[in-house]
Design a protein around this ligand. Structure first.
Ligand code: SF4
Length: 71
């Protein structure tokens, strides 16, 4: 399973990732991403992996990472 890890210490809350990945992320009142499933590292369904990778690549603060659980 792939998860999207958000580094809250690095995120500067411009909300780009929520725009690129609305299926997984919403924006709070300050522009910080919140996972729709309430998880700190939301699971990324296979069909959303390309969009999640784009969000990782475009995060201006390098605050996003995809974690792949190989078990
Ligand atoms: S794109 Fe990066 S810096 Fe911007 S809100 Fe998302 S995680 Fe934070």
């Amino acid at each position: 399973m792939t998860r999207l890890h958000i580094d809250w210490t690095a995120c500067d809350g411009r909300g780009l990732c929520a725009e690129l990945l609305p299926e997984l992320l919403a924006e709070d009142d300050w522009g910080f991403p919140i996972a729709r499933d309430g998880s700190p590292s939301p699971a990324v369904p296979g069909p959303l992996e390309p969009a999640a990778q784009r969000a990782v690549d475009r995060c201006p603060a390098l605050a996003l990472r995809l974690l792949r659980d190989t078990r």
